[in-house]
Write a protein that binds this ligand. Structure first.
Ligand SMILES: *[C@@H]1O[C@H](CO)[C@@H](O)[C@H](O)[C@H]1NC(C)=O
Length: 242
């Protein structure tokens, strides 16, 4: 029995090895377009694959460059190759070993539209040098953030706990925005989740027990984004007497 289990295990291992050796092609998957908030950051999801056996990370060079001019490098491990306007602003968040080329661009400027393209090179094997020029991302600049959405029951009841929900979308998951309430912040819970294609939604839930005194008062939710921009939504609340 033990022997059989070991045999099965080895057989499975071989299947995995063969699958990774023979089934892969060159390719990269980059989200084609994204919004980016000026002054904040944007994280561009990217994955890639190459044919043949798994190579050590040091054999692969990952480059992000401008589509218009592949010599305008916005990210490379050798920082001296990066154009001045992007020096210190780009970071690879993905791990090479995971074939993850996810890029962060920080301190977004209003001219960072791109398109920016990912390329992987395997130096020393000229034939294998490969450019994924078709896999580029264009950024749409947002000068100002969207206002958060504030959801709650229209009419609250005196003494009955009610949950308020505030949420806003963003594309900077490495430094997500913070949501703050005009009261009772400590009791709020926050969740940040990926919607799709690099768009995230952060939400804050606050449970309050309103009293008569809260009738006709304002409740604010403020979203503060990495880089310093803010947006705010303010709702008047109505409390029904018992
Ligand atoms: C790639 O890396 C980023 C940043 O670490 C991570 O959020 C993302 O989930 C990774 N993607 C995949 C497909 O593993």
């Amino acid at each position: 029995m033990k022997k059989q289990a070991r045999f099965l295990f080895c057989w499975l291992c071989l299947q995995v090895i063969f699958a990774s050796v023979f089934s892969e092609d060159w390719g990269a998957a980059v989200v084609p377009s994204m919004n980016a908030l000026v002054t904040s950051c944007v994280v561009v999801p990217c994955t890639f694959k190459y044919p043949g056996t798994e190579l050590p990370d040091s054999r692969i060079r990952e480059i992000w460059h401008e589509k218009a001019d592949w010599k305008k490098i916005i990210y490379q491990e050798d920082k001296t190759e990066i154009v001045d306007s992007f020096k210190g602003r780009t970071k690879l968040l993905g791990r090479l070993g995971n074939k993850n080329c996810t890029l962060e661009i920080d301190e977004i400027k209003d001219y960072d539209n791109g398109p920016f393209c990912f390329r992987a090179e395997i130096p020393g094997q000229d034939k294998s040098k490969f450019s994924f020029v078709e896999n580029c991302v264009s950024l749409s600049m947002m000068p100002d953030p969207d206002d958060p959405t504030l959801d709650h029951k229209e009419v609250l009841e005196d003494g009955v706990p009610t949950t308020f929900k505030c949420f806003v979308v963003h594309t900077c998951p490495s430094h997500p925005p913070t949501l703050t309430w005009s009261r009772a912040n400590k009791d709020a819970t926050t969740k940040n989740r990926h919607l799709s294609n690099g768009v995230w939604e952060i939400e804050s839930l606050l449970t309050l027990t309103p009293t008569e005194q809260d009738d006709h008062t304002q409740l604010n939710c403020t979203a503060s984004f990495h880089g310093g921009k803010k947006s705010l939504t303010s709702n008047r609340i109505y409390v029904k007497r018992k």
